[in-house]
Design a protein around this ligand. Structure first.
Ligand code: COA
Length: 262
């Protein structure tokens, strides 16, 4: 077995492995292109072609494992390990979201990560608007706003979220200062970062009010201050992953997060 960078000719097999694992991202060529352009997308090749793939990228000091999928016929045979050896070669701090497959958490613990909190896949009706309002802005502007509030350069991710039809950047301001920035699409909040010390439940309510009247999907850390309010309003937990990291402070549990991109 050989681990190498994915090439265009691998895309159909990557999509096939993704679909066999009920994973939407690997079947989306925009997503794979995003990782290939701004990180690494690796395949584990056997004589019969790619048996699995992973996505990985570096943001600041942190290497984030974005994807790890092995064809169901090959699971449990060491492919995941081979991909992780390559993904984390030379990595310092590291983080990921583990699925509920026990092999995933078992491997990630042994590659230096500790389970931190669940990331909940939620859906439900937007609660009524509060006092804080969010405004729609171009994606690039939202990316710059996030960078100003938490120092993270997520410009490439905002450009990726912009490939969803009718997606928009969002910001919320208090007294002229941006306190939250994110990205949303129809019925979906992809990401929302709130400045330290501001009310993340209020900024999420503002974003949800802007996204629309129908059901909305988003991924929320278990410790997020809005969770109880959403569940009280009838939101449903559809699935969950486990955030794992080499250090406890690598991701904010007060942000709306994307399970692959953070
Ligand atoms: C999770 C996944 C990527 C792992 O890849 P894989 O090739 O199956 O994994 P490997 O064979 O390299 O390693 C599995 C490890 O889990 C261990 N393991 C298996 N079942 C376990 C259990 N119930 N508890 C603890 N460890 C377990 C195995 O012993 C092995 O460890 P070892 O190499 O030290 O013996 C693959 O199984 C998969 O695609 N699963 C479905 C999709 C998914 O959930 N992906 C993860 C997204 S985060």
């Amino acid at each position: 077995m050989r681990v190498r960078a994915a090439v265009d000719a691998d895309l159909p097999v990557i999509a096939e492995i993704a679909v066999a694992n009920d994973d939407e991202d690997g079947a989306d060529p925009h997503y794979v292109a995003h990782l290939r352009d701004h990180g690494r997308f690796l395949v584990a090749e056997t004589d019969g072609g790619p048996a699995g793939y992973c996505g990985v990228r570096r943001t600041g000091e942190v290497t984030m494992l974005t994807d790890l999928f092995v064809h169901p016929d090959r699971q449990g045979g060491g492919t995941g390990r081979r991909l992780l050896d390559a993904a984390f070669d030379g990595a310092g701090e590291r983080s990921t979201f583990a699925s509920r497959d026990p092999r995933a958490m078992s491997l990630y613990v042994r590659y230096g990560m500790v389970p931190r909190w669940p990331l909940l896949y939620l859906s439900g009706p937007p609660p009524g608007a509060g006092a804080l309002r969010a405004e729609r802005v171009p994606m690039a502007e939202a990316g710059l706003a996030e960078s100003a509030l938490n120092g993270r350069d997520r410009a490439a991710d905002y450009a990726f979220w912009a490939t969803t039809p009718d997606a928009t950047g969002l910001i919320a301001c208090v007294g002229g200062a941006v306190v939250a920035a994110g990205a949303a699409g129809p019925g979906r909040v992809f990401h929302l970062a709130t400045a330290d010390g501001h009310d993340a439940a209020a900024t999420l309510a503002a974003a949800l009010a802007e996204v629309g009247a129908g059901p909305v999907r988003l991924c929320l850390p278990g410790p997020h201050p809005a969770l109880r309010r959403l569940l009280d309003a009838g939101w449903r937990i559809e699935d969950s992953d486990q955030h794992m990291s080499s250090r406890p402070d690598l991701l904010s549990p007060a942000d709306v997060l994307s399970p692959s991109l953070g």
